[in-house]
Write a protein that binds this ligand. Structure first.
Ligand SMILES: [Zn+2]
Length: 314
């Protein structure tokens, strides 16, 4: 059995704007899932079916490795763990997201968006929407940068790739150049560096550093968290960079007319978004604003309990 035969991709539907999520079964010892999908009956059935075509069942899963702490990737873990007793591993920086779901997410959103101008009702709707697709998970251990994972004779190295979330990790197999990337690098959609909460602010800048680091790795094939495999990861990163520069210009243009809060900037750029998309749009805008403030192009001040951004010196 070749190495690529040992890694089986399972495409699991999600109710989120991102579409399907990829779960990878590593058909070696220990029998492992990389990510698990959201908490839905459909996700559970698809994973059970895929295992059964490989001669296994849910009870056989020995460990679940989470590429990061977002609910489309971990929502089903508690249920899988209950049935299989599988051990669950994650990077410590995303730990509280899964162990204290959904309260931790709520706290981060409320705190991060409180002075941004986002109407309270929109904020609450977003949080309440994700709540139904996950359960808090008990974590058994942490995965740190350079940790080594062995599946019989297959060896993956853990690479800490902060940006999409503070605790995002990729798994890298050096002999064949296989990168299991989570959401750190995707081909079909541009990854969002989630930077809503105070402790996550600055994540876009961190993310750009992570992307640069990944272009220096000898990667032959990327197995992403969403969408098809791809092999041109350097080109994908190049396109990301172009996109980010364009967005940054749009943010600047939006406030060059007159000072605005982050929500007004988001509407300028993306139009009137709904649900989860508000959260993603705000995250992008806040990420760019952080960078623009750091670079000295933009300043902010508080006015009537809102943070207002303007072009420096204007
Ligand atoms: Zn994610």
């Amino acid at each position: 059995m070749s190495l690529t035969d040992a890694i089986v991709k399972v495409s699991v539907p999600t109710p989120f704007p991102v579409g399907d999520v990829n779960v990878y079964i590593i058909k070696r010892e220990p029998l492992t899932l990389i990510d698990a999908g959201p908490l839905t009956e459909k996700a559970m059935a698809i994973i059970a079916d895929s295992l059964s075509t490989l001669g296994h069942q849910i009870q056989d899963i020995e460990q679940i490795i989470l590429t990061h702490g977002h609910v489309d990737h971990f929502g089903l873990v508690r249920r899988l763990k209950k049935e299989s007793g599988a051990k669950v591993y994650i990077n410590p920086k995303d730990n509280s997201n899964v162990t204290e779901f959904p309260e931790e997410q709520k706290r981060k959103n409320r705190e991060g968006l409180s002075k941004s101008g986002v109407p309270l009702i929109i904020m609450e709707n977003t949080v309440n929407f994700i709540r139904d697709y996950g359960e808090p998970v008990e974590v058994d251990g942490y995965l740190l940068n350079n940790d080594v994972l062995r599946f019989n004779n297959i060896v993956f190295k853990v690479i800490h790739t902060p940006g999409h979330s503070p605790g995002s990790i990729c798994l890298f197999e050096e002999t064949k150049g296989i990168l299991i990337s989570g959401d750190t690098i995707l081909q079909e959609i541009t990854t969002n560096a989630i930077s809503i909460a105070k402790e996550e602010r600055g994540e876009l800048a961190t993310y750009l550093k992570t992307l640069k680091m990944l272009t220096e790795l000898p990667v032959n094939i990327v197995l992403p968290g969403h969408g098809d495999n791809f092999s041109n990861h350097k080109l994908v990163v190049k396109n990301y960079m172009k996109q980010y520069l364009k967005r940054k210009q749009k943010v600047l243009r939006s406030i060059s007319v007159h000072p605005k809060n982050a929500y007004q900037i988001m509407i300028d750029i993306f139009g009137q978004l709904m649900g989860m998309n508000v959260f993603l749009g705000m995250s992008e805008v806040l990420g760019h604003l952080d960078i623009l403030i750091n670079e000295g192009h933009v300043t902010s001040h508080e006015d009537e309990n809102q943070i207002i951004y303007k072009i420096k010196g204007k």
